[in-house]
Design a protein around this ligand. Structure first.
Ligand code: BJW
Ligand code: ZN
Length: 261
């Protein structure tokens, strides 16, 4: 959901939060689909449009769906990949990259598969749910970034001829071990934890804010809508990430100017 500028402008950035950010030793940010909404990438739980309007993403993002109809699932990802390739990082992604450059330690944990944080200049992005830019062979596990979209969908593995699938994490699948271990370690070490643009319903990512709080972090949510995590937050900024994050970073480091747009 997008907010009108006037509405987000009315949200005050608390001075106590700005101070906490300036003093933080380790800032950890968990992001979800909402941070990319202002780049034109549809969120996961918002109604789909066009060809895909009749399908529920939660039913397409499963191993069962792929086993039943690999072509349909592959084509859904091909459609989303096209949208993502046309998209550019927005002011929210750029403000987080600026934050990374200004705090002693910074960890960016994302559930997104769109690589927009990396394109915005974040260096240490922990991808919990994989990336749409990579495919993986279901037979030999070979990862590839280069394949040809042709008549055959899904395309075949360049190494063994097995079927390719997107290198993402579907419901019922384990998250990549290293990524999850790094995310949990960073969360336990955080003194300031942001949850940005996520509905906080998909586990294990949804457990991270609670873990952060249990280990002593100050917790902040940036989301125009309430989520199951809202009640546990120290600060709630109910607005669009692309408007709130640049204001927060500019308040903490006035030498930084938010990108125009
Ligand atoms: C804005 C905005 C703006 C809009 N600014 N904000 C414990 C309890 C209950 C269930 C489970 C549990 N543990 C595990 C489960 C099962 C399951 C689960 O969580 N189910 C729940 C739905 C109940 N989890 C799993 O299956 C996970 N696997 C697992 O736990 O494995 C265990 C295992 C161990 C060992 C062996 C085997 C198994 C895997 C979860 C994988 C999730 N995958 C997906 C698809 C990825 C690929 C793809 O994109 O296609 O990940 S599902 C989908 O949801 C995607 C997202 O990353 C994820 C989260 O969604 P997100 O990012 O929060 O998006 P939305 O759309 O939901 O919300 C957007 C938000 O933005 C909204 O709040 C808006 O208001 C806001 N917004 N505009 C700021 N401008
Ligand atoms: Zn293969």
């Amino acid at each position: 959901m997008m907010m009108s500028e006037s509405l987000a402008d009315r949200i005050t950035i608390p001075e106590a939060l700005v101070e906490t950010l300036r003093r933080a030793e380790h800032v950890v940010v968990l992001t979800g689909a909402g941070i990319s909404a202002e780049s034109g990438v549809p969120t996961f739980r918002e109604a789909q449009t066009g060809l895909w309007a009749q399908y529920d993403p939660a039913e397409l993002a499963t191993e069962e769906a792929f086993a039943r109809d690999p072509r349909r699932v592959w084509e859904w990802y091909a459609w989303r990949r096209q949208l993502i390739n046309k998209a550019a990082p927005n002011a929210g992604h750029l403000a987080l990259a600026a934050m990374e450059a200004r705090v002693p330690r910074f960890s960016l944990i994302t559930q997104n598969i769109d690589e927009l944080h990396q394109r915005a200049g974040c260096h240490e992005t922990i991808e919990l749910h994989g990336s749409i830019g990579r495919s993986r062979c279901v037979r030999c596990d070979e990862i590839t970034r280069h394949w040809t979209e042709g008549e055959e969908a899904p395309p075949r593995c360049p190494r063994c001829g097995g079927m390719l699938r997107p290198d993402v994490v579907w419901f019922g699948e384990a998250l990549p071990f290293d990524a999850l271990a790094k995310a949990v370690a960073a969360t336990h070490d955080a003194d300031l934890f942001f949850s940005v643009g996520t509905s906080s319903v998909v586990y294990p990512a949804a457990a991270l804010p609670l873990e952060a709080i249990e280990y002593g972090a100050t917790a902040v949510e940036i989301n125009p809508e309430e989520t199951p995590a809202t009640v546990m937050m120290d600060f709630v900024l109910p607005g669009a990430a692309g408007q709130i994050l640049p204001r927060l970073v500019a308040a903490a480091w006035p030498d930084w100017t938010a990108p125009a747009g």
